[in-house]
Design a protein around this ligand. Structure first.
Ligand code: ADP
Length: 444
């Protein structure tokens, strides 16, 4: 039995289930990102804007006051600790709040303030005195819907008469019930049922329609079609907004189908680079050998915190046991854990409670732990057929150029993996030096 999974670069990989390789689950990663988020993510790039009407003036705001929001909404924003709009919000908010409403497609990596922006738009357009659904937000999973709902509740803390309802599995409402809450957040399947089967939502009365995490959405079977069916029943004056962290062609095609006459905003991601990283490899014969090499490295240099990547859960577990027996403080992060458990492990690691984090591909990207000085590839990331997985290599080891401190990376390589490593070296045009396992003096 095998499962098709998406690689980080979007290509498809077939993985046998008994391989125990952890696969990248887009929705889980997205949730994890939200749970461990501590602040806004910066980008040094400029926001790119494509207006549907290029002749209309382009506004951007540097303060929330300029937006002339309702008093209670402004209070909510400041109560969340926001001082000024994020980079993407500077451009997106004036468009989203314009009269007449404008449609928008916005793309920027997670953590740049998209959710806060559309929550603000929904809260600002809602009429608290009208007791029926006016804003509809689609999210890819139950958990992500709840996360967005929390933001609505926080930001709308002082908008006392505005209420949120969740159209998610398990929330059973009898057919024909009169829903008095103004903001509905849900997953496409349940929302579809609520609209057409149970007649709980009158789509012709919706003023703001948000499609969040479009890249995750189209990755889920059926969700694009559900979303399009919902969108087709909206009135033409309804404002339509779509957000995505990544923008491959498939996302773009979907966005264009579902958002008529959009403005488009993009904020490019800070690129990862290997420039600040000194990379080494040690030739090993087997797993025990690799572990010995790891111990030698530990014996010869002072290590702050380290992340060690293994290709399978089984290897990760084995290594964890070995290291604990040798007295290291280690934690293990694999795909068997729930997203909440993963978030708490990452938090403990960030707080320095453990010095070593052993993990599989489940978190090759995402966990950004500033104090990590060393990354170890206990197994080299490979795709099927021993083809190196360049993207994963970069995500494990790379740092963003602007914020990156210097780092060290070690690859434990069986002889038969050496060609793959050389391919990685060529691909990134960077040097990976050999280390002698018994003599680590060469590490500067
Ligand atoms: P995204 O939806 O792009 O992932 P979020 O809207 O969730 O981003 O914002 C990421 C983090 O930054 C959240 O913790 C959020 O509370 C915070 N945030 C959003 N906008 C601002 C702002 N203008 N000022 C300060 N923090 C902000």
């Amino acid at each position: 039995k095998s499962t098709a999974v998406r690689n980080i670069d979007g290509s498809i990989n077939n993985i046998k289930e008994d391989d125990e390789e952890d696969v990248v689950d887009l929705a889980a990663n997205s949730l994890l990102n939200k749970l461990i988020r501590q602040s806004l993510v910066e980008s040094s790039h400029h926001v790119e804007v494509l207006q549907k009407d290029p002749s209309s003036p382009l506004y951007s705001v540097k303060t929330f006051e300029e937006l002339r929001l309702k008093e209670e909404l402004l209070k909510g924003i400041y109560a969340m600790g926001f001082n000024r709009p994020s980079k993407i919000q500077e451009m997106a908010l004036p468009m989203m709040l314009a009269h007449p409403p404008q449609n928008l497609i916005a793309q920027s990596q997670s953590g740049t303030g998209k959710t806060a922006a559309f929550v603000l738009a929904m809260l600002s357009r809602v009429n608290a005195l009208e007791l029926f659904p006016q804003c509809l937000c689609l999210a890819p999973t139950y958990e992500l819907a709840l996360q967005t709902g929390r933001v609505v509740e926080q930001m709308g803390k002082f908008c006392v008469d505005v209420q949120v309802m969740y159209a998610i599995r398990g929330n059973r409402i009898p057919r024909g019930t009169d829903i008095t809450k103004q903001i509905i957040i849900g997953t496409p399947g349940t929302v579809l049922d609520w609209c057409f089967k149970l007649k709980l939502i009158d789509l012709t009365k919706i003023r703001v329609f948000v499609l969040d995490e479009a890249d995750v959405m189209i990755d889920t079977q059926g969700f694009s079609d559900h979303s399009i069916r919902i969108q087709r029943a909206l009135p033409s004056e309804c404002q339509m907004l779509l957000f995505s962290a990544t923008f491959e062609d498939s996302v773009w095609h979907f966005a264009e189908r579902i958002i008529p006459d959009p403005n488009v905003i993009k904020l490019r991601k800070e690129e990862l680079t290997l420039n600040n990283i000194r990379q080494y490899y040690v030739l090993c014969e087997h797993r025990k050998d690799k572990y010995q090499a790891l111990c030698n490295i530990y014996g010869s240099i002072t290590i702050g915190q380290a992340i060690i990547f293994c290709q399978t859960r089984q290897n990760a577990k084995w290594l964890t046991v070995e290291m604990i027996q040798d007295g290291h403080q280690v934690s293990l992060l694999t795909g068997e854990l729930t997203v909440e458990q993963r978030a708490s492990i990452i938090q403990r690691f960030r707080d320095g409670k453990e010095k070593v984090l052993i993990t599989t591909n489940v978190c090759a990207r995402g966990i950004d732990v500033k104090q990590v000085t060393i990354v170890v590839n206990f197994d080299l990331p490979v795709k099927q057929g021993e083809e190196p997985d360049y993207e994963t290599y970069l995500h494990r080891i790379g740092r963003t150029g602007r914020f990156g401190k210097k780092g060290l990376a070690f690859n434990m390589i069986e002889v038969d993996k050496l060609p793959s490593l050389m391919k990685i070296q060529d691909h990134f045009n960077s040097s990976i030096k050999q280390l002698n396992a018994e003599d680590m003096d060469e590490i500067e």
